[in-house]
Design a protein around this ligand. Structure first.
Ligand SMILES: C[S@@+](CC[C@H](N)C(=O)[O-])C[C@H]1O[C@@H](n2cnc3c(N)ncnc32)[C@H](O)[C@@H]1O
Length: 196
């Protein structure tokens, strides 16, 4: 059951380096920051990476001057992140739907939304809004194409994503990614949205 940390933890235990792990930050860090800074992302603000896995994106964002929390409910993900990057990021083993650590200025969401079972999406979007300060930004990398495979990850058409986000957010940017990892080229798009 993907809603339970054991599902994910077992993958970390069995595979060591799961198929989604790139061993470095996604190139979309650069692209999303380039979009979000002109749209009001506060340089140096506090930012959370939900479903941070081994923490590559969180560590990269910290390098770029943000105060970063990396959150994941799989214990082996958090252990792996701490082992790789130490305490320059605040690592938290917790459930995105239940954490009380925020609110944050911004969310950097890379393969967490798309890991959710589709019926959980409205609650996930509400959680994002609830974890942000008023006017906070949700940055997300999403798939419109998963090669016909059953998820996770789950694809979502761009216009469905707009509709879903608009329940709690003003959509500021929604378009294809241009800097995807080669394994994901042509299948990702980016969202930047402001909490209403
Ligand atoms: C596909 S992996 C991506 C990991 C990381 N973002 C990366 O790109 O390497 C999805 C991650 O989300 C975590 N996750 C799934 N549901 C979660 C939840 N409700 N709260 C916190 N973490 C969650 C899983 O444990 C897993 O580490």
């Amino acid at each position: 059951m993907t809603t339970h940390p054991d599902y994910w933890n077992q993958i970390y235990q069995d595979e060591g380096r799961p198929g989604w792990d790139m061993d470095r930050a996604t190139p979309l860090v650069e692209e999303l920051l380039g979009l979000a800074l002109p749209l009001g992302l506060r340089p140096g603000g506090d930012l959370v990476v939900p479903g941070c896995g081994y923490g590559h994106d969180a560590a990269e964002l910290q390098e770029r001057g943000f105060q970063v929390t990396g959150l994941d409910f799989a214990p082996l993900a958090i252990q792996g992140a701490m082992g790789r990057y130490g305490d320059r990021v605040v690592w938290s083993q917790g459930d995105w739907f239940a954490t009380h650590l925020g609110p944050w200025d911004a969310i950097f969401d890379h393969t967490c939304f798309v890991a959710m079972d589709p019926p959980r999406r409205p609650a996930y979007v509400a959680a994002c809004a609830g974890h942000l300060k008023p006017g906070g930004l949700w940055m997300a990398a999403l798939f419109h194409e998963v090669k016909g495979l059953s998820g996770p990850p789950h694809a979502i058409p761009m216009e469905d994503m707009r509709h879903l986000a608009e329940a709690h957010f003003e959509v500021l940017h929604l378009d294809h990614a241009t800097a995807s990892h080669p394994r994901r080229t042509g299948r990702e798009y980016l969202l930047v949205a402001r909490r209403r």
